[in-house]
Design a protein around this ligand. Sequence first.
Ligand SMILES: Cc1ncc(COP(=O)(O)O)c(C=O)c1O
Length: 407
Amino acid sequence: MGIDWPYEFPGVYWVGKEEEEAVLEVLRNGSMFRYYGLKKPFYVDRFEESARNFYGVNYALGLNSGTGALICSLAALGIGPGCEVVIPSFLWVATVGAVVQCGAIPVICEVNDSFNIDPEDLERKITAKTKLIVPVHMAGAPCEMDKIMEIADRHGIPVLEDCAQCNGGSFKGKKVGTFGRMGIFSLQLNKNITCGEGGLIITGDERLYNRAFSAHDMGMIRKNGRLALPDDYAVMWGNGRRMNEMCGAVANVQLSKLPDITGKMHSSKKRIKEMLQDTRGLEFRRLADEAGDSGPFLVIILEDEKTTLAAVEKMKRNGLHNIFRIADYGLHIYFNIPALVNKTPLSPSGNPWNLCANKDSDYDYSKGACPQSDKLFSRSILIPVPSCLTAEQEERAAQIISEAVNF
Ligand SMILES: Cc1ncc(COP(=O)(O)O)c(C=O)c1O
């Protein structure tokens, strides 16, 4: 007997009357734009206030996407031609895209058995041109932030945490996004909480906040919702990345549900892992901090590529339809990103890899560039853990996984 495995939309299963009412209020008030409307809008402001409280930071900025949050953070941090930015081999195309868009050079770092950035390789990847490290807390679980921050601080390099896939996660009791100079989140449909499309930047630094604000809007700051001329350091080129009020309304309600949503995924995952713990030939991803794992994915590592391919086939046939061998997980893997492998220019004369300022940054991005990661990706499987599982679904999933591994 197979299984009807739910889709991986953690926040969606928790949408209720509260989100509905909030969106309707925005529409009835004719105040879909965050700065003015028929009635005074307040939902994005409220979401940002909730975010400051939830993450315990001084500044929070709602945006229209996680990609926008990355682009505006890089702008705030002054990343551009002549800069190298270290990112992991397991990521999302938006992370590397944001680096390339500003004319900087991405440097791909190995991941280790935590499937997050490998601190040992990070140390090796740092050069005199490294101007930023972007740890990406992948597939729900936090990076080894103690080691990463020690290396970054010793070299005096800022850290921007990409927490798009790990909202609500933490490392040793401290929330992800609060270790580096800035943290970004996504509120896209597949994320731990969602408003369909949305993003968030958090920081403790007023100047970075003002620069990010300026970059996300029209290149200026605002006072009481009206454009205002900032000090010179915060005059930027704007990107039109504002969050709208309907998204703010949903995001604000969803943020209040985040601990329950991650708690549910965490406990389902724990139960599935317990049921699988004696399965021969199967290891789990090492979690840098089990308690801080936000829970949306189970990653298993099998003996070799052949067994892994066969196990994926078998699991899919039995209804675990949305699982991936990690090597085949599309634009999450450096060598699957055609624009990166081909060093695709931004415009006919705008290829970051040909810029004079980047002439010493010569990197290859094709398969083989990160052999440790490649080997791991070839024999590991990513299994979503939806936020709405019943005990029977958890049990059946564990059975399907164990049968697929041992056939
Ligand atoms: C690691 C990572 N960073 C950034 C993003 C970009 O977020 P968005 O889709 O909201 O632009 C995503 C979204 O999938 C992601 O997974």
